[in-house]
Design a protein around this ligand. Structure first.
Ligand code: TRP
Length: 344
C-alpha cells in the first residue's frame, strides 16, 4: 500500500468527491471515474470522498436517502474498479476536521463571492431556492475547499461544472496563506477529461439522476435500451435518406465517449452527414456499445452488493486513514493561525 500520512510537497495527490444522492451514471464514468482509475494505475495517492455532508445541504429532510446512497455509491466505485488497496474511499461526515477547516475558511470568503459562483447559481435556480437559499447550500463550495485542502490534494479530476469550485478553493488557499503566513495549504489543479461533460439523454447540458435524464451504472439491459431510444438526435433528420447533423446530436456525443475505435465513429459520422443512415440503426450501435460497457460493471456490482460488511469495512478503513491525514493538516492550520492551544 502506498498510503502514507505525510505528503511531501511534490507528491501528487488526487482528490474527488461525489454527493451520494443517487446512483452514479454514465456522466460520472466519463467525467471522473475513468480518471480516478488512471490515477490509481499511475500510483498516484488518491482520496475519494463520499460527500454526504454536501449531499445534506439540499437533502436535510431525507438523511435516509443520503445514507442509502452512500453505500450504493461505494458499491459503484468498487464495481468500476476503484481498488481500496490503492485509493482511499472515505465518508465526509465522519471526518470532523473538515468541518473545522470549513469554519476557518468561512471567514475568508464573502457572501457576494459565493453568490457569483456560476455552478451554485444554476443549482439554486434548478432547485427553486431563489427566495430561500439554505445557508449550508450557499456555502458548500467552502466546505468543498476544505475537502480539497485537508488532504493536500494537488489534482482534482472533475467535469467542467466543477471548475468554479477549484477556482474558489485556490482563492481561499491564497487568502489563507497570505493572512496567516506560511504554506500550510497548497493549491490544486483541476483536471478536466477530454469529454468534459456528458449531456443528458434529453440533450440537456448535464446528465443528472435528479433531472431524470441519466443512464445509471447499475441500469438493466432494458433500462439502457429505453434510455438510448429516448435520446435526442437531429430533429431535422426526418427521412433516412436526408443528410443529418452530427453536431449537438447526443447519440454521437455518446459514441465519441464510449466507442474506443474512433475510425468506426468517423465512418458513422460521414455516413450520417451524407444521408442514408437511420437513427434507429445508429441507436442500435450505441445500445450495443453501452451494453458491453455496463454488463461487467453490473455483474461486479451484484457480487459486491451481497457482502455489505465488506463495503462497510472498506469505508471504515478509508475514513480512518483520511482522518489521519486531515488531522495532520489541521495541526498545521491551527499552528499557522496561532490560536491558543489549551494543552501544551
Ligand atoms: N461538488 C461535487 C459534485 O457535486 C462533489 C464533491 C464534494 C467534490 N467534494 C468534492 C468534488 C471535492 C471534487 C472534490 O459532484
Amino acid at each position: 500500500m502506498s498510503l502514507s500520512t505525510n505528503t511531501s510537497n511534490d507528491t501528487p495527490v488526487a482528490l474527488t468527491g461525489d454527493r451520494p444522492t443517487g446512483p452514479l451514471h454514465l456522466g460520472h464514468l466519463v467525467g471522473s471515474l475513468r480518471s480516478r482509475i488512471r490515477y490509481q494505475e499511475e500510483h498516484c495517492q488518491q482520496f475519494i470522498l463520499l460527500a454526504d455532508l454536501q449531499a445534506m445541504t439540499d437533502n436535510a429532510d431525507d438523511p435516509a436517502k443520503v445514507a442509502r446512497n452512500t453505500i450504493d455509491v461505494a458499491i459503484d466505485y468498487l464495481a468500476v474498479g476503484i481498488d481500496p488497496q490503492k485509493s482511499t474511499i472515505c465518508v465526509q461526515s465522519h471526518i470532523p476536521e473538515l468541518c473545522e477547516l470549513t469554519t476557518y475558511f468561512l471567514n475568508l470568503v464573502t457572501v457576494a463571492r459565493l453568490e457569483r459562483n456560476p455552478t451554485v447559481k444554476q443549482e439554486i435556480k434548478q432547485r427553486g431556492f431563489e427566495r430561500n437559499i439554505p445557508v449550508g447550500f450557499l456555502v458548500y463550495p467552502v466546505s468543498q475547499a476544505a475537502d480539497i485542502t485537508a488532504f493536500q490534494a494537488t489534482l482534482v479530476p472533475v467535469g467542467d461544472d466543477q471548475l468554479p469550485m477549484i477556482e474558489q478553493t485556490n482563492e481561499i488557499v491564497r487568502r489563507f496563506n497570505r493572512t496567516y503566513g506560511g504554506h500550510a495549504l497548497r493549491e490544486a489543479k483541476a483536471v478536466v477529461p477530454k469529454v468534459a461533460r456528458l449531456p443528458g439523454i434529453d440533450g440537456k447540458a448535464k446528465m443528472s439522476s435528479s433531472l431524470g435524464n441519466a443512464i445509471s451504472l447499475s441500469a438493466s439491459p432494458d433500462e439502457i435500451r429505453r434510455g438510448v431510444e429516448r435520446m435526442y438526435t437531429d430533429p431535422g433528420h426526418l427521412r433516412v435518406v436526408d443528410p443529418g447533423c452530427v453536431e449537438g446530436n447526443v447519440v454521437f456525443t455518446y459514441l465519441d465517449a464510449f466507442e474506443e475505435d474512433t475510425a468506426v465513429v468517423d465512418d458513422l459520422k460521414a455516413h450520417y452527414r451524407r444521408g442514408g443512415l437511420a437513427d434507429r440503426t445508429l441507436k442500435q450501435m450505441l445500445d450495443d456499445r453501452l451494453q458491453c460497457t455496463l454488463a461487467p460493471i453490473r455483474q461486479r456490482r451484484r457480487e459486491i452488493a451481497k457482502d455489505r460488511d465488506y463495503v462497510k469495512d472498506v469505508l471504515a478503513a478509508g475514513t480512518r486513514h483520511a482522518r489521519e491525514v486531515a488531522t495532520h493538516t489541521l495541526d498545521d492550520v491551527r499552528r499557522a493561525i496561532g490560536l491558543v492551544a489549551p494543552s501544551s
